[in-house]
Design a protein around this ligand. Structure first.
Ligand code: ADP
Ligand code: MG
Length: 330
């Protein structure tokens, strides 16, 4: 049974960066205004995510890392959220099957926090009272210690740290009211350091630099008049002056960082058709649509999504981009 659990867990948590993404999303779900990430050996030795969110109640600690416990699911306002975000409640559980997880947390109004570690879905010890300021710190050590082939591949391939930095950079562009930092363990300098701001462009400048911001145009689209599908998109797209070798596509759908390959391809196509001389674009897009229109179940890592009425939505976005590019190019 434990082998089956481990294999399933390895599908949910495929690399250190997937663990970081899940942990940061949990911090954001907990209402954190500061999220700090520390990584050792590309995440294979240690991933530590600290937040100042609402913390985890003492009563919830025993079931925290069980897979899909109903008590966890009851925390959701409606079942729709569960179905639309894929089968939830398995990220932390999965990490305990492929790594050593320790949680330190304190909830509002408590005099002290608790520290507890988990292995294979269960607590290894009773939660120990400890000093804590606010929020939660989750540390994952020795990821894939029991999946040697995976560990080897990750050690041999380029270290996952750039991917981690990339995820945090994207979160910082979308969640502009949150302070993010990401650093290698023991480093004084953070590789992402984004202070909360009220301006999206400030956030992009913080993370991607002033030269990118200089070449961005704001874009907004909605099809609220359509009878059967309501979606809104807003974001920033690069103009003809922007220079880059590959596309940067930062896509959030209903505040979740996702990939939509069809949309990305369509955008690349509009750029090459409209501005053949221009480089690959920089795109930040936030799309909001009814959650039942998003299908995230096509990929176990919950990153690749497909949308109801996808073709029409992509067509609308393509047309809006094309119009922006034509106007900016005259
Ligand atoms: P999911 O996020 O899909 O519910 P996870 O396994 O990622 O599943 O997390 C399980 C639960 O643990 C969350 O629903 C949340 O209640 C709690 N939790 C995890 N991380 C945090 C955190 N940083 N702060 C507060 N609660 C957390
Ligand atoms: Mg989660």
């Amino acid at each position: 049974e434990s082998v089956v659990n481990r294999i399933a867990a390895g599908e949910v948590i495929q690399r250190p960066s997937s663990a970081v993404k899940e942990l940061v999303e949990n911090s954001l779900d907990a209402g954190a205004s500061t999220v700090s990430v520390t990584v050792k050996d590309g995440g294979l030795k240690l991933i530590q995510v600290s937040d100042d969110g609402h913390g985890i109640r003492f009563e919830d600690l025993p079931i925290l890392c069980e897979r899909h416990t109903t008590s966890k699911l009851s925390a959701y306002e409606d079942l729709q959220t569960i179905t639309s975000m894929g089968f939830r409640g398995e990220a932390l559980a999965s990490m305990t099957y492929v790594g050593h997880v320790a949680v330190t947390t304190i909830t509002e109004g408590q005099l002290h926090g608790y520290r507890v570690s988990y292995r294979d879905g269960v607590m290894e010890n009773e939660p120990k009272p400890c000093a804590a300021v606010k929020g939660t710190q989750v540390a994952v050590e020795n990821l894939f210690y029991n999946m040697l082939a995976r560990r080897k591949t990750l050690q041999n391939s380029n270290d996952d740290y750039p991917k981690i930095v990339d995820f945090i950079s994207r979160f910082a562009v979308h969640h502009i009211n949150v302070n993010f930092s990401c650093r290698k363990h023991g480093a004084n300098r953070a590789d992402v350091h984004s202070a909360s701001t009220s301006s999206r462009l400030d956030a992009i400048r913080n993370v991607y630099g002033a030269s990118v911001v200089r070449d961005l145009m704001e874009i907004e689209v909605s099809d609220e008049n359509a009878a059967d599908a309501i979606f809104k998109m807003d974001g920033y797209i690069s103009n003809a002056n922007y220079v880059a070798k590959k596309i940067t596509m930062i896509l959030f759908i209903n505040d979740r960082l996702v990939d939509c390959t069809a949309l990305k391809r369509a955008i690349e196509f509009v750029y090459s058709a409209t501005l053949p001389q221009a480089s690959k674009p920089f795109i930040y897009m936030s799309i909001k649509l009814p959650s039942e229109h998003v299908d995230v179940n096509i990929h176990p890592t919950k990153k690749e999504v497909s949308l109801l009425n996808q073709e029409r939505i992509i067509e609308t976005i393509k047309n809006a981009i094309e119009e922006k590019l034509m106007n900016s190019n005259t």
